[in-house]
Design a protein. Sequence first.
Length: 107
Amino acid sequence: MSTRLHKPWRSISDVPHVLKGHLGVFQLANAAQEVIYIGFAGGNSRLGLRGEVQSVLTELSDAVYFRHEITSSYMTRYRELMMVHVHDYGVLPVANPPIKLGKLSPG
């Protein structure tokens, strides 16, 4: 299993049809398929992944694509995806607020 999320990007218009009330993580990307936000749906999330993604989309007008992963270990996976992004690009995704992270050296 890779630490990176390699699922294909889907159009934001697919959110209501694809995402349900599951726990998990998601990435949002711009038209160039660059990750601009990484988020998660946890136990307190209203409507799970669907609700979280739709909520973030109200504030991110440049999000065009999404991909997700269903997991009950959403917080660990979220932090892992954030650390991988910092490892690959040196910074957090542009729309994510600052967060204190450890270091990760993915293979």
